[in-house]
Design a protein around this ligand. Structure first.
Ligand SMILES: Cc1cc2nc3c(=O)[nH]c(=O)nc-3n(C[C@H](O)[C@H](O)[C@H](O)COP(=O)(O)OP(=O)(O)OC[C@H]3O[C@@H](n4cnc5c(N)ncnc54)[C@H](O)[C@@H]3O)c2cc1C
Length: 494
């Protein structure tokens, strides 16, 4: 289409981006306002800026005209482009957030093209959801498997089962040797971006480079191949396990590439299926990974839109506390938390169970205001974007949605960490102790959380047993728990 500009945002860096179809020019805008919007992890800003440059290079290599503009904000970047090239029309893939769609979709002459970077249309999800009492991920996932024909033998699931939870989710192995993950080699764009970020003196968080995360299609393909060859076979059994000395375990480390658009969810799921069909990768691991990609990730994308208007005000438990400062500085004698916060500062990454059961659990138990928790997750993680953070932080981790996504909060005492990691054996605290100096803070805060939120929790049938245990607590011990929990919350804030 002559005179058509395809405008591509920093998280739409896919050659399949539908806005590119037939465009005779591509526009990328590096917005100073977006870089300053929050105190982002330095590595996150670095990755996005380098990835935009690689995307421009890849398009140019295919003969495309590309303009990458540095501007104060997106709108002024577009205005500069218009002045220079006078395009007849500007096509933009619908942004992945409601606020982005409202803001950029209302610009005169900008045509939004339906987003084709996911496997599921949120409108189709809404039809599936209509009339259902609960939107259970497992039901959604089985439908996805059938619909997409992934890991199916005719009409049946491969291996005759949908779910391998029994084989998966084991504690860490005694002598763990996770494979070394793919790490890219830095190039000219890294050097240039590092210089620009230094010069801009942005208020960032976390340590700088060397860059650990794929920034180009080529690097992302290598990361996917490395994962399916080396880590996938053990992904299933140890996906919930934590080890002090091992940051990445057998996880895929593909979320930043998926969220930037460098990889498609379908190719990731298909690569895992090929590993099962052609290279004998264990079915339980392959199913576990495919479940994350076509199940959890797509469910989260659809839930973001399904509860769209509700996210900003959600706070079912009336939580009002500030963000525990320990999440910023990581200084604590809790071995698990110190290691995980240190890991995020160094790499902008923590795996799912660290996010849910260490960070999420901490903010839940401390009664942190959900939006404050959301802001921290959004700033600190390499793969953090509003559409994926809102359901994960507000729905899954802090139960701010009052149970729309999860039937009960993911609240846990130190016993969970003890079972699923090697942290507790060398920690100053003891996970089985509720009060006193050796009591694990997670354990004290857990019992205090149950007592403080009892009225709301009673509405969940799955909490009945736990609340019965709370009733059995000796009143003096209950008072001491409450006292110590208050002191702990102050301590985490210091
Ligand atoms: C509190 C909290 C915050 C989170 N924030 C983010 C975030 O900002 N960005 C993000 O991409 N994921 C987020 N997740 C989901 C999940 O923790 C990460 O996708 C995962 O840890 C990324 O590491 P990985 O690529 O090694 O994942 P793996 O463990 O290897 O999993 C494979 C892939 O499955 C997908 N996936 C699995 N679970 C989820 C999920 N719940 N939501 C979305 N995708 C999922 C991811 O794309 C991931 O790359 C969050 C989870 C929690 C509990």
């Amino acid at each position: 289409m002559p005179g058509t500009t395809a405008w591509v945002l920093g998280d739409q860096l896919s050659a399949d981006n539908a806005a590119l179809d037939g465009a005779d020019r591509v526009l990328l805008v590096q917005s100073a306002a977006a870089l300053r919007a929050r105190r982002f992890h330095r590595q996150k800003l670095h990755l996005i800026l380098v990835a935009m440059r690689h995307f421009a290079d890849d398009l140019r290599a295919r003969g495309q005209q590309v303009e990458l503009i540095r501007a104060d904000d997106l709108e002024s970047g577009l205005a500069q482009h218009r002045r220079r090239h006078r395009p007849a029309r500007v096509r933009l893939l619908a942004p992945k957030t409601a606020s982005g769609r409202a803001r950029l979709g209302s610009l005169p002459g900008v045509e939004l093209v339906p987003c084709n970077l996911f496997l599921t249309d949120p409108a189709e999800f809404a039809r599936w959801a209509a009339g259902r009492r609960r939107l259970v991920m497992e039901d959604f996932y089985r439908r996805q498997r059938r619909r997409l024909g992934l890991l199916m033998d005719g009409g049946d699931p491969a291996g005759g089962r949908w779910n391998f939870d029994r084989e998966n989710r084991k504690p860490p192995p005694a002598r763990a040797r996770p494979p070394r993950p793919y790490r890219p080699r830095e190039g000219g764009h890294d050097e240039a971006v590092r210089g620009e970020l230094d010069a801009a003196r942005l208020p960032t968080w976390g340590d700088d480079g060397p860059r650990l995360w794929p920034a180009s299609r080529d690097e992302a393909e290598r990361a996917l191949a490395r994962f399916t060859e080396r880590a996938l076979p053990n992904f299933g059994p140890y996906q919930d396990a934590m080890l002090g000395g091992e940051r990445t375990m057998w996880h895929s480390l593909l979320s930043s590439s998926l969220n930037l658009g460098l990889l498609s969810p379908l190719e990731c799921a298909q690569a895992a299926e090929i590993a099962y069909r052609e290279r004998g990768a264990p079915l339980a691991s392959v199913e576990g990974f495919i479940r994350q990609i076509i199940g959890w990730r797509e469910y989260i994308w659809c839930m973001y839109w399904h509860l769209n208007d509700l996210w900003p005000a959600m706070n079912a438990l009336g939580a009002r506390a500030p963000l525990p400062a320990v999440l910023e500085h990581g200084e604590t004698e809790m071995r698990c938390l110190a290691a995980a916060v240190g890991g995020v500062r160094e790499t902008a990454y923590a795996h799912h169970i660290e996010r849910l059961m260490l960070f999420g659990n901490l903010v839940l138990l401390c009664g942190t205001e959900p939006q404050k928790a959301l802001d921290w997750f959004h700033r600190a993680f390499i793969d953090g974007y509003e559409w994926v953070m809102a359901p994960n932080v507000l729905g899954m981790a802090t139960w701010a949605d009052g149970g729309r996504m999860m039937t009960k909060p993911y609240a846990a005492s130190g016993r969970y960490v003890e079972r699923m990691s090697d942290h507790c054996a060398q920690c100053a605290y003891s996970p089985g102790v509720r009060i006193g100096d050796r009591a694990c803070p997670y354990t004290t805060l857990y019992w205090d959380f149950l007592a403080r939120n009892r009225a709301q929790l009673e509405r969940s049938r799955r909490m009945t047993m736990v609340l019965r245990n709370l009733e059995r607590l000796d009143p003096d011990e209950a008072a001491e728990i409450s006292h110590r929990a208050r002191a702990l919350r102050e301590h985490f804030d210091a």
